[in-house]
Design a protein around this ligand. Structure first.
Ligand code: GAL
Length: 666
C-alpha cells in the first residue's frame, strides 16, 4: 500500500443506489478529498445472483468511475454475507451456537468458519473477482472478508467439532497428551478416542477450562483458515497487490490478532467510541497503540469509524461538533495513515439506515457532509505526515491467550476482566502524556524503559524468562495481581504464586483475597499517603521485595500490598490490589519517573493528548484537546500550527473545545 499521503474515504455500497447516483458520488468524493473506498463488501448476492452465474457488468462501471474520478479501491473479496441461495442449498453452512441453536440467514456473516462448502463457494467468487480486477487502475488494496469474528466468534456445529478434533490432533499428537493437557482425570473426563471429543457446548456446569481455552484458540484459527482460503487465491492471482482485513476493535476477543498479522500487508482496525462516554478516547487510544504495535509501528489504517451516530447501541448519540475531526486526528497522531468511515452514503433501507454516513440522508447540505469535506481538505494538505512513526518508552503487555484464560468461569473473582485491567494501567500513562506501545509478552522488550503487565494470568516459562531477562538487564517492570498463575493448559503453577515470577518479584502469594462486589480495602503508602484498593487483595509473603504500601484495615491489615524489588540491574514492582484512579496515577507517575519514562510534554493540561510522529528530517507534535474547555499548551520551541498556519510562529498553542494542532518539531 502506497502511503504517500493520509488516505481518506469510506465503505462504499453503490448497489444500494441507482446508477445516476454513482456519478454524483464520485463528484462529491473528489470534493470531500476522498482517495480510497472499501467497495463490494456486501455485493455477493448482486454479482453472483445464482450459483456460478456471475454479473460483474454493474461493478465494472463502478470501478471505472472510481478510477476516472481518481479514487482508489480497497476492493473487497465480497464474501462477508453469503447469498440466500447458498444457505438454502446448503443449510449446513449456517453457524450453530453453544446451546445447539442453528442461526438463520437474513442478516450477515451467516457461515460456519470451518465450513468447506462455504470456503469452496467463497474461493470460486474470489477467483472471479481477482481475475477480473487484477490490473484495474482503481485497485489499490484487497479487503478480505469483513470483521471476522464480529458476529460469529465460534461455531459449535458438527463440522466445527470435526475440525476441532483435527486441530487437537495437530496440537497434541496422541490422546494421552490431550488427556494430560486437559487434566481429564478431574470429574471423570478421560477420553479414550478422538471421536468422543466435542466443542464445549452447553453442559450441566462448568465445561473443562482447558477444553474451553483450546476452543478459543481453535475458533480464532478456524476464522483464520477461512481468511487464508481467500488470501491464497489473491496471492496467486495478484501477488503484488497488498491486502488487509479489518479487525473489530477491542470490544471482543474472538481473534488472536498476532496469528493473523503475518498474513496481512497492512493492519487495519474499526473503531466506534461511544459519544456519550467522555473517556471513550482513552479506550480507543489503547486499541490504536495495540494495532500500531502489531507490525512494529508500521502505518496502519482506520478502516471504519462513524462520521456521527451509530445505530447499534441502545441509545445512539451523534458526535458533537469537532468530535469526528478530533477522533480522526487522534488516529493519525497514533500512527494511522488512512482514515475511513462506515459508510459513504447513508442507506435508505436496511438495518443501518440510522447509522451516520459521510453523505447523510439530508445530502451534501448538512453539518455532517460539510465536516467530512473540511477534514478531507485538512488531511490532503499534510501529505508529509504519512510514513512518519510513533516511538514509545513504555510497553503494556497484551496476550489474547491469557485474556481468554483470565475470563474463564470458576475463578476467584469474576470482577477481574482483561480490558478493565488494561485501562486501569493504561489510563494513568495516557493522562500523564506518556506514549505507550502495546505488545506481545514474548517479544524483545529491551528498547523499553518501562514494561507494564496489567494481567498475564496465563504465562509460559518463555515469557517469564523474557521478563526476568528484561529486568536483569536494567529494565523496569510493573506487574499486577493474578499474573503468572497458570501454564498454557490452564494448569496452576505449584510452589507458591506466581511461581514463574517469584524470584523476579521477590515475594510469594499465599492466598488470594478478592474483594466483595464494589468492596474496597485501604492502602497506606510508606510516605503516609493513602488510596483505596479495589477488586482484589491477597496475602503476600515478602522474599526480598520491600513493601511500598500495606493493606490498611480488614483481615490483611498491615501486610504488604504493593512492593518493589531490585533484580539484577533493574526493578520489579508488584501490585497486590488495584488502587483507585487517583492512587494508580500517583503510583504510575512514580514508577515511570523511576524508570526514566518521560511525558511528551511536561505539565500538559488535563484532557490534552500529546504525541509525536517522527520522520527522517521532520517530526510532528500532535496536540489533541479531548476536553470541552479552552486550554493553553506551552510549546518546547516556537512553532506554527500546521492546521491553522499562522504567519508567525508561537510559543504556546491555545486549543478550543475538542481542538487539534499539529506542530512541526525537531
Ligand atoms: C461494522 C461493520 C460495518 C457496519 C458498521 C456499522 O462492524 O464492519 O459493515 O456494519 O459496523 O457501525
Amino acid at each position: 500500500m502506497d502511503f504517500d499521503r493520509i488516505h481518506y474515504g469510506a465503505d462504499y455500497n453503490p448497489e444500494h443506489w441507482p446508477e445516476d447516483v454513482w456519478d454524483e458520488d464520485v463528484k462529491l468524493m473528489a470534493e470531500a478529498g476522498v482517495t480510497l473506498v472499501s467497495v463490494g463488501i456486501f455485493s455477493w448476492a448482486q454479482v453472483e445472483p445464482r450459483p456460478g452465474e456471475f454479473d460483474f457488468g454493474w461493478f465494472d462501471q463502478v470501478m471505472d468511475k472510481l478510477a476516472a474520478g481518481g479514487v482508489s479501491a480497497c476492493l473487497s473479496t465480497m464474501t462477508a454475507s453469503p447469498p440466500p441461495w447458498l444457505s438454502h442449498r446448503h443449510p449446513e453452512i449456517l453457524p450453530v451456537r453453544a446451546d445447539g441453536t442453528r442461526l438463520s440467514p437474513g442478516a450477515r456473516q451467516q457461515f460456519c468458519p470451518s465450513s468447506l462448502v462455504f470456503r469452496e463457494h467463497a474461493a470460486r467468487l474470489v477467483e472471479q473477482v481477482a481475475t477480473r480486477y487484477a490490473g484495474h487502475p482503481a485497485l489499490a488494496l484487497w479487503h478480505v472478508g469483513n470483521e471476522y469474528g464480529c458476529h460469529i466468534r465460534a461455531c459449535y456445529c458438527d463440522e466445527s467439532a470435526a475440525d476441532f478434533r483435527r486441530w487437537l490432533k495437530d496440537r497434541y499428537g496422541d490422546i494421552d497428551a490431550l488427556n494430560r493437557a486437559w487434566t481429564t482425570t478431574f470429574w471423570s473426563q478421560r477420553y479414550d478416542d478422538w471421536a468422543e471429543i466435542l466443542p464445549p457446548r452447553v453442559a450441566p456446569t462448568f465445561p473443562n477450562p482447558a477444553q474451553q481455552l483450546d476452543f478459543h484458540r481453535f475458533s480464532s484459527d478456524a476464522s483464520l483458515g477461512s481468511f487464508l482460503a481467500e488470501q491464497e487465491v489473491l496471492r496467486r492471482i495478484t501477488p503484488d497487490v497488498p491486502l488487509t482485513t479489518n479487525f473489530v476493535g477491542l470490544v471482543q476477543k474472538a481473534l488472536d490478532w498476532n496469528r493473523w498479522v503475518p498474513h496481512e500487508d497492512v493492519v487495519s482496525l474499526d473503531s466506534y467510541p461511544d459519544p456519550y462516554d467522555p473517556r471513550s478516547h482513552v479506550e480507543v487510544a489503547l486499541a490504536y497503540d495495540l494495532v500500531r504495535s502489531l507490525k512494529d509501528g508500521q502505518s496502519w489504517m482506520l478502516l471504519e469509524q462513524a462520521p456521527s451516530a451509530v445505530n447499534w447501541r441502545n441509545r445512539n448519540s451523534p458526535k458533537p461538533p469537532g468530535a469526528m475531526r478530533l477522533g480522526s486526528w487522534q488516529a493519525v497522531a497514533q500512527g494511522a495513515d488512512a482514515i475511513l468511515f462506515f459508510q459513504w452514503r447513508q442507506s435508505r433501507g436496511g438495518a443501518e439506515k440510522f447509522h451516520s454516513a459521510m453523505v447523510p440522508h439530508g445530502g451534501p447540505e448538512t453539518r455532517g457532509y460539510r465536516d467530512v469535506r473540511s477534514l478531507g481538505q485538512e488531511l490532503a494538505a499534510l501529505p508529509r505526515l504519512a510514513g512518519t512513526r510513533v516511538r514509545a518508552d513504555v510497553a503494556l503487555l497484551h496476550d489474547w491467550e491469557s485474556w481468554w484464560g483470565l475470563e474463564l468461569d470458576s475463578h476467584p473473582s469474576g470482577d477481574l476482566q482483561q480490558l478493565d485491567a488494561h485501562l486501569a494501567h493504561y489510563a494513568p500513562l495516557f493522562d500523564a502524556g506518556i506514549t505507550c506501545d502495546v505488545v506481545h509478552p514474548a517479544r524483545d522488550l529491551s528498547s523499553y524503559k518501562l514494561v507494564v503487565v496489567p494481567n498475564l494470568y496465563l504465562m509460559g516459562e518463555a515469557v517469564a524468562a523474557n521478563l526476568r531477562a528484561y529486568v536483569a538487564a536494567g529494565g523496569h517492570l510493573l506487574v499486577s495481581f493474578f499474573s503468572g498463575i497458570v501454564d498454557a493448559c490452564d494448569r496452576a503453577y505449584l510452589g507458591g504464586y506466581p511461581a514463574p515470577l517469584r524470584d523476579l518479584l521477590g515475594l510469594r502469594i499465599d492466598e488470594f483475597w478478592p474483594l466483595p462486589e464494589d468492596g474496597e480495602t485501604g492502602l497506606r503508602f510508606a510516605d503516609g499517603s493513602q488510596a483505596a484498593g479495589t477488586i482484589w487483595s491477597e496475602w503476600i509473603e515478602l522474599e526480598g521485595a520491600e513493601a511500598v504500601a500495606d493493606f490498611e484495615g480488614g483481615e490483611l491489615d498491615g501486610r504488604a500490598a504493593i512492593t518493589r524489588h531490585t533484580f539484577g540491574k533493574g526493578v520489579a514492582w508488584y501490585l497486590g490490589s488495584r488502587p483507585d484512579a487517583a492512587g494508580m496515577r500517583a503510583l504510575m507517575d512514580r514508577v515511570a519517573a523511576d524508570a526514566g519514562a518521560r511525558p511528551v510534554l511536561p505539565g500538559l493540561p488535563d484532557g490534552v493528548q500529546a504525541i509525536v510522529r517522527h520522520g527522517d528530517g521532520e517530526s510532528f507534535l500532535f496536540l489533541l484537546n479531548h476536553g470541552t474547555g479552552e486550554v493553553t499548551v506551552p510549546l518546547p520551541a516556537s512553532a506554527a500550527d500546521l492546521l491553522t498556519a499562522p504567519a508567525t510562529p508561537v510559543d504556546h498553542i491555545t486549543l478550543g473545545p475538542r481542538g487539534v494542532a499539529v506542530v512541526s518539531v525537531d
